[in-house]
Design a protein around this ligand. Structure first.
Ligand code: SF4
Length: 457
């Protein structure tokens, strides 16, 4: 199966004064969601648009922000493609940015090409824009999108009316509303709102279509939602720990996930350890949760290079491995002679955690026990997060099918993974423990990475 690599974040703002600088700050606070491309579009009677290949702070210049005049606008960060895209249309000039992945993009393009439509590069955002524009009316366009598109999306559309915002009917991707003095905003994550002194109002509901303008937030339509399917990976890895998503703080979720790992260790009698440590940064919340539940000392054993990127969202394997090496260095004095419980969010290919175990052992660690917040990854994501093919998923190499039949089978897999990565032991959260830690109904979550069930079917 072809791998999917598309993770991104959107931000939209309507303000009583020029808004480009705040949008620039907004997408900078979403930078962890994608580091390859960034872009801003504003409206001042016309759509002004600047996109870059690179990160927000390093890419946008004062001249860019001066060009981006207007009091309403949208911004985007991405691993995959430049957005927002600008269109001349019967609705006037518009700009579109979205976060997610369209599973049936090729079929939709083929159908439209059969009717004489042409595509430039066939990006998902082109497909979305053309379906939206064909309807000739924003609410009708967003309703048709929800009907035709299979996949996950949160999107913002800038027009003369303000900023339209919509979330797919399953609510895979987060989208949050915020307000402050003279400003109304929408963001992929609440942290961008909080850090711009905007009050978090609420999440956009699955299937909700909103207009954000000087009047505030107006719900234009509420499409029927067959079920919720929030991406569980947001809480385990993707989102920033200071964000609040669908009523659950990311840090709280990670603490709970680490707590579940500690609970399992306590129930199973092991291991005797001197400290619990995270693989920074994504393992921190989990390790703190393990510490809080077990009482085991929390101690950092790696120094995080804050100038390196997230290795998981680098576009190639070579880039990921190089970045992983640069990202963390061992704190030898903390590791030497210690028995360490090492917490991380998930194991994808297993190469990075293997290097970390190796580094700790080289630094003199007596034992390294790896604890993993997510259950074993068994399926690639179809909805826009950067997981790879079946072959690249470590657990799949051991178990050539997607289901783990029992705790016994999970233990056998864990022993195999431990031998593979050189750890003294490995334990994952079971799917039941994982869902319990998130504290929301299982049928409100997408768990396809682990159980293979596409919530859209
Ligand atoms: S398949 Fe996995 S990463 Fe993709 S939306 Fe579902 S839970 Fe999230």
């Amino acid at each position: 199966m072809k791998s999917v690599r598309d993770n991104c974040g959107v931000f939209g703002l309507y303000a009583d004064q020029p808004c480009a600088y705040e949008i620039f700050q907004g997408i900078d606070f979403l930078q962890h969601r994608g580091q390859e491309y960034c872009g801003i579009a504003t409206f001042d009677g016309h759509v002004n648009q600047v996109t870059h290949h690179g990160k927000v702070l390093a890419s946008f210049t004062d001249q860019d922000l001066e060009r981006l005049s207007g009091r309403s606008g949208i911004g985007h960060v991405s691993l995959k493609e430049r957005q927002p895209v600008r269109w001349q249309s019967s609705l006037g000039e518009i700009a579109v940015a979205f976060s997610g992945n369209i599973i049936n993009a090729e079929a939709l393009m083929a159908e439209m090409m059969g009717r004489g439509k042409a595509f430039w590069r066939g990006y998902n955002v082109e497909v979305i824009s053309k379906i939206f524009l064909e309807a000739g009316d924003p609410v009708a366009g967003l309703s048709v999108l929800a009907e035709k598109v299979k996949g996950a999306y949160s999107l913002v559309i800038l027009s003369r009316d303000g900023v339209y915002a919509a979330r797919d009917v399953y609510g895979f991707r987060p989208l949050v509303l915020g307000r402050g003095k003279g400003r109304f905003a929408v963001s992929s994550e609440s942290r961008a709102l909080q850090n711009l002194d905007l009050e978090v109002v609420r999440d956009v509901r699955p299937g909700e279509i909103l207009l954000v303008n000087g009047e505030g937030f107006t719900t234009l339509a509420q499409l029927p939602s067959p079920r919720r399917a929030h991406c569980a990976f947001e809480w385990a890895y993707t989102a920033s720990i200071d964000s609040l998503i669908d009523g659950l703080w990311v840090m709280e979720a990670r603490n709970n996930l680490g707590g579940q790992l500690a609970r399992r260790d306590a129930a199973e009698g092991g291991p005797a350890a001197d400290l619990v440590a995270p693989v920074p940064m994504s393992g921190i919340g989990h390790a703190i949760g393990y510490h809080m539940r077990s009482g085991l000392n929390y101690q950092e054993v790696f120094l995080y290079n804050r100038y390196a990127d997230r290795s998981y969202t680098q576009a190639t394997q070579v880039a990921r491995e190089n970045m992983a090496k640069r990202k963390l260095s061992v704190l030898n004095h903390a590791a030497a002679g210690r028995r360490i419980v090492l917490c991380d969010d998930s194991i994808v290919r297993g190469t990075q955690i293997m290097h970390k175990v190796h580094d700790l052992k080289n630094a003199g660690a007596r034992e390294v026990h790896v604890r993993v917040a997510c259950p074993p990854l068994m399926y690639p994501c179809d909805f826009g997060i950067s997981t790879r093919s079946y072959e690249e998923l470590l657990a799949r190499q051991y178990l050539n099918r997607g289901d783990i039949a029992s705790m016994e089978e999970l233990r056998r897999l864990e022993n195999w993974v431990a031998a593979r990565i050189g750890a003294d032991s490995v334990k994952y959260n079971s799917l039941e423990a994982f869902v319990e830690a998130l504290g929301m109904p299982q049928d409100h979550l997408c768990l396809k990475c682990w159980d293979g069930v596409r919530p859209t079917e």
